[in-house]
Design a protein around this ligand. Structure first.
Ligand code: TXA
Ligand code: MG
Length: 339
């Protein structure tokens, strides 16, 4: 079994100053702290220190050309890490920060290329979660933080998920309960002629369009099975241990589960509320909310639970083909890819 990391419980709204300063001290020593954000738990390290950054890649087993997101407190903090800051970046930051929006801009030279996966751009976001903010503030420096899971694995929405996935690869885990959005930030490239969504996420394209009407929402990438525009982003990602199968309808999902179960596989079945319930001997059913936000909040938790229940396959009724569901559809499609 994995050795266990140190876990400190912390209030998500008003974090205990002693816990926060302990986390900052661990980071200052060049070590890793898993902390809650409003999207998913992140594995944080000092963004300006190359050896801290190297530790993140090692802990996750992540290829070093996969760029990290750097977390700051506000727009000023972001500008300090960018070589240029387009007007569109300001408009989006003012509308959505602090919050689950990541902006890709030109990287400032003071930021080591390693944190950017070797590239010239950098992904920046100002999280809204009080614990993440308090830690960045106490440290007095930006932190790089990918989702706190092993490479290609399921993202964590609770501290227990982090402990299960990373064990003592995280030096300290701050437990502030479940994350609010439950799905990662929306990544938007603001360098080109139009703002372009590289990864759909917690902020919808409709909300972004209210600020940048010329937004390229990345529909082509969402609809196809092409690898994402983000560098180093392979197709398989966000995946549970069990093979995930997507079914076009509830009926198809049911019959595929029944077939797999008949072949002796223990099966997890994930459907949306209001679809008729099935109970079957070796089929474990999870019913998720019928609205896109509620579904996103619950999805990773449900997949973690099914993995913990030891199912060999997971059949999921796919997301509706509507823009509000793009982030969920993207994660499900990537999770269903075979190695
Ligand atoms: O919600 C989130 O964004 C979470 C929390 C912890 O903040 N973090 C997160 O980080 O999801 P990670 O490393 O698991 O995913 C980073 C995403 C990837 O899709 C990556 O390709 C993209 O951001 N990305 C990072 N830097 C980039 C860059 N310079 N250019 C384009 N895409 C970039
Ligand atoms: Mg991730």
């Amino acid at each position: 079994m994995e050795p266990l990391p140190r876990v400190l419980v912390v209030d998500p709204r008003s974090p205990d100053a002693r816990v926060v300063s302990e986390a900052a001290a661990v980071l200052r020593r060049g070590r890793l702290v898993a902390l809650p954000t409003e999207t998913v738990y992140g594995l944080a390290a000092r963004a300006l220190d190359p050896s801290s950054v190297a530790r993140i890649f090692a802990a996750k087993g992540r290829p070093t050309h996969h760029p990290l997101i750097v977390h700051v407190l506000d727009e000023d903090g972001a500008r300090a890490l960018a070589a240029s800051w387009p007007a569109r970046a300001s408009a989006l930051a003012q509308a959505f920060w602090p919050g689950p929006l990541t902006l890709v801009v030109e990287r400032a030279p003071r930021l080591d290329a390693a944190v950017a996966g070797g590239g010239d751009s950098i992904a920046l976001r100002a999280p809204s979660h009080a614990v993440a903010r308090a830690v960045i503030e106490a440290l007095g420096e930006p932190v790089a933080a990918p989702s706190a899971n092993r490479y290609q694995g399921l993202s964590p929405t609770t501290a227990a998920h982090v402990v299960k996935e990373l064990g003592a690869a995280a030096d300290l885990v701050l437990d502030a309960g479940p994350c609010h959005a439950g799905i990662e930030s929306t990544v938007v490239d603001v360098r080109g002629a139009t703002a372009r969504v590289l990864r759909p996420g917690a902020i919808s394209s409709a909300a972004l369009r209210a600020v940048v009407p010329e937004l390229d929402a990345g529909a082509a990438a969402v609809a196809s099975s092409a690898p994402r525009a983000s560098p180093g982003m392979g197709l398989r990602h966000y995946a549970p241990r069990a093979q995930l199968h997507l079914a076009a309808s509830v009926e198809a999902a049911r019959s595929q589960s029944a077939e797999l179960a008949a072949g002796g596989t223990r099966v997890g079945l994930v459907v949306r509320e209001a679809s008729k319930q099935t109970t079957g001997g070796s089929i474990v059913v999870r019913v998720l909310p019928a609205d896109a936000e509620g579904y996103a909040r619950a999805l990773y938790g449900a997949l973690h639970e099914l993995d913990d229940a030891g199912v060999g396959a997971i059949v999921v009724h796919e997301a509706p083909a509507e823009e509000a569901w793009w982030a969920v559809a993207d994660r499900l499609r990537r999770a269903s890819q075979r190695e």
